[in-house]
Structures are given as structure tokens and as C-alpha cells.
Design a protein around this ligand. Structure first.
Ligand SMILES: [Zn+2]
Length: 78
């Protein structure tokens, strides 16, 4: 069921992916990337994001969900 999402003037994840905002990527695959969570970096928290902008998780395509799901499995092996 679709639900309204407040429009964003800019997406911080897209700024990170484009290089317009400083961040630290630690892993990636074809459709997803993992970056250090700047608000919880001392705890080792990571953010896993799709490489294509999506307003909500409901907008993600199946192959993007699979790509996001695979990254933590790979990262825990490091
Ligand atoms: Zn975005």
C-alpha cells in the first residue's frame, strides 16, 4: 500500500554516492554500497544503501533488495 512521503530537497545518500558530500565507503556491490555511519562511527555502525535513489524501501526493486541484503553478510566476514 503506497503512503505519502514528505519530499526531500536533497538526499544525503545521493550526495554521498555522487561524491558531493564527504563519506567513507567500506564495501559495495553492483547495486548497493556500505558506508560508515558518521553519527555512530565509534560503534562501528554502517549504513547499507541502494546505489539508485529510492524514496522508501517499498520502491526498491527485487535485485536491489538482494544486493542490500548481501553486503552485511560479506562485511561480517571481514
Ligand atoms: Zn537518494
Amino acid at each position: 500500500m503506497p503512503f505519502p512521503v514528505a519530499p526531500y530537497e536533497s538526499c544525503s545518500f545521493c550526495l554521498d554516492l555522487s561524491g558531493d558530500r564527504e563519506c567513507a565507503f567500506v564495501a559495495e556491490n553492483e547495486f548497493a554500497a556500505a558506508e560508515v555511519n558518521e553519527r555512530q562511527y565509534e560503534q562501528g555502525a554502517m549504513l547499507i544503501i541502494p546505489k539508485n535513489h529510492r524514496e522508501t524501501i517499498l520502491d526498491m526493486r527485487e535485485h536491489e533488495v538482494d544486493a542490500v541484503d548481501r553486503l552485511p553478510k560479506r562485511m561480517r566476514m571481514a
